[in-house]
Design a protein around this ligand. Structure first.
Ligand code: PGA
Length: 244
């Protein structure tokens, strides 16, 4: 279960989130828990999560190891803080910051190189869905974002299916729609990396996941977890998603 805080919370708010959240997930051993705060608050999150099973991830990184790239951070910098994960290719980054399949692939490889687990995001817009292009877009994102990976590298990544029309809109994909898309992702993984790789791939659903719809989503065997935006900002709400 992963929380994506997007551009919300100060360092002090991060600390107070963890003061409450720690106790609420103390006994939650059925899943991995990851929270991805904005980059400046990674140290506060890591300190807040110390001694718990909660992993901390970044929301983005650059693919170069170092260099004259004003405003960017590298995988090694994130890793050296104590982060375990990084989100790559979130639709908001594709939409507003020019992220492409090519940059997603480069960042995924760089994240693996730095010892981070990339959460690679794929998903169609409403226009794609209405034009019957859902499968084509999902396949294109999977293909473009993972085609340069070896089977061993592929076994270390997570994929998040996030239909753009469901993100922050309150419109969750039905469990059936989400499961259908997850099957497409698994089918692509199977043809690119083999059946075993597809079977062990973990695919998270993201898009308006809330405490009251998580059970239905997780009842689908195809859905292995969730990437939660808005509902991960409140400790009680995110804990009730984790402890669905
Ligand atoms: P949301 O965001 O849960 O607020 O829809 C999900 C995401 O973008 O990761």
């Amino acid at each position: 279960m992963a929380g994506n805080w997007k551009m919300y919370k100060t360092a002090a708010e991060t600390t107070s989130f963890f003061e409450k959240f720690r106790a609420l997930v103390e006994r939650s051993e059925h899943c991995e828990i990851v929270i991805c705060p904005p980059a400046p608050n990674l140290p506060a999150a890591i300190a807040g999560a110390q001694g718990t099973r909660v992993g901390i991830g970044a929301q983005n990184m650059f693919w170069a190891k170092e260099g004259a790239y004003t405003g960017e951070v590298s995988g090694a910098m994130i890793r050296s803080l104590g982060c375990s994960h990084v989100i790559v290719g979130h639709s908001e980054r594709r939409q507003y910051f020019g992220e492409t399949n090519e940059s997603v692939l480069k960042k995924t490889l760089a994240a693996l190189d730095a010892g981070l687990t990339p959460i690679v995001c794929v998903g169609e817009t409403l226009e794609h869905r209405e034009a019957g292009q859902t499968e084509a877009v999902i396949t294109d994102h999977c293909q473009g974002g993972t085609s340069g990976l070896s089977a061993e590298q592929f076994s270390k990544i997570l994929i998040a299916y996030e239909p753009v029309w469901a993100i922050g809109t309150g419109k969750t994909a039905t469990p059936e729609i989400a499961a259908d898309a997850h099957r497409m992702i698994r089918a692509h993984a199977s043809s690119a990396f083999g059946q075993e790789a597809a079977k062990s791939l973990r695919i998270l659903y993201g898009g308006s996941v809330k405490p009251d719809n998580i059970k239905g989503l997780m009842a689908q065997p195809e859905i292995d977890g969730a990437l939660v935006g808005g509902a991960s900002l409140d400790p009680i709400s995110f804990a009730s998603i984790v402890n669905f």
